[in-house]
Design a protein around this ligand. Structure first.
Ligand code: G3P
Ligand code: CA
Length: 326
């Protein structure tokens, strides 16, 4: 027997990445044990077209690629995953994320110079989650992001088709309720919905325009009523940056909120904002509990991406026991 997923949902962002290096299999097992409803996979392709679970299109921030293959950077100094075979990627040691200064982005997390971690394939990660679902009698789902579809296309790869083939091979066509697909690029989501006729729910991610995401979409327009009307034609929800919902505090100390959540939910779109981190709170928020209370109790989002699935799961359990969700 498996438990039905209640809303709002806990999405383990890159696994239990507050505790173990992001997108490693131990971080995914830990997220499963912590009660995440869904576990996120950011996906890029190797040179030989294999979907691997990696946040960046580059390898150097989370692996030892620069030491292992020092001559393989492109002219911009970056080590592109698409330039490496799966066998080469498998030989790398994965570690806690480092910034461009070589220091850990989150210095109080798992030590970056410690541990024997690898970059998993999407298939390997699905096998781990499916196995844990069986042994733990759970139905923890997958939340797969297509990274940089335009870059992959320019390199001769169709990342959407490659991912769907893995999901099909693993039997997920028969249980679409255990999958969300997400992308910052609207063209890829429309392609999935209208050309590939995917059975899986689709989430339109919304970036800040300054981030330079791999898409020509207008993220400012997407946050308007007209933009959300358009999104509702091909997607089932949105994944906004949490600071597109909470802007900060006004002079009286009141939270300044946008209308994005109500506009989206009025159009039948689920809202799953990112990223909820206990060690990196937005300005004007004094604790992780306060952040969760604002988004769950006051705003009423349908789920959150979090590096701390245990704290988020426990908060929701308490909320369900003692209070009424909006
Ligand atoms: O996909 C939701 C959230 O993970 C988006 O941010 O950059 O961590 O993939 P990112
Ligand atoms: Ca992501």
């Amino acid at each position: 027997m498996t438990a039905a997923v209640l809303s709002p949902i806990v999405i383990a962002h890159r696994g239990a990445s507050g505790y173990l290096p992001e997108h490693t299999l131990p971080a995914k097992a830990m997220a499963h044990a912590m009660g995440a409803d869904f576990i996120e996979q950011d996906v890029v392709l190797t040179k030989d077209g294999i979907p691997i679970v990696l946040h960046d299109i580059y390898l150097e921030s989370t692996t030892d690629v620069a030491q292992r293959f020092p001559t393989r950077a492109r002219a911009d100094g970056r080590f592109y995953a698409i330039d490496f075979s799966l066998a080469e990627v498998r030989s790398l040691r994965a570690h806690e994320r480092l910034g461009s200064d070589g220091k850990a982005v989150y210095p109080n997390r798992f030590p970056a110079d410690s541990g024997d971690f690898r970059v998993p394939t999407l298939a390997e990660e699905i096998d781990l989650i499916s196995g844990l679902n069986r042994s733990r009698k759970r139905s923890t789902g997958l939340y797969v992001e297509f990274k940089a579809p335009l870059l992959h296309r320019s390199e001769g790869h169709d990342i959407a088709v490659a991912v769907l083939q893995v999901l099909h091979a693993k039997g997920y066509d028969q249980r679409p309720e255990q999958v969300f697909l997400q992308c910052f690029d609207d063209v890829t989501l429309r392609y999935l919905r209208h050309d590939l006729n995917t059975v899986f729910p689709l989430i339109q991610l919304i970036a800040d325009p300054s981030w330079g995401e791999d898409s020509a979409v207008d993220y400012t327009f997407l946050q308007t009523a007209a933009g959300l009307d358009e999104v509702a034609r091909y997607a089932d929800g949105i994944g906004p940056w949490l600071q597109q919902i909470y802007l900060g505090r006004d002079a009286q100390g009141q939270a300044e909120l946008t209308e994005l959540v109500s506009l989206a939910q009025a159009r039948g779109l689920q809202v799953h904002p990112y990223t909820f981190r206990a060690d990196d709170l937005p300005a004007g928020i004094d604790s992780f509990t306060s952040l969760l209370a604002l988004f769950f109790d006051e705003i009423g989002v349908d789920g959150v991406f979090t590096d701390f699935p245990d704290l988020t799961h426990d908060y929701l359990q308490d909320l369900r026991r003692h209070r009424v969700l909006p």
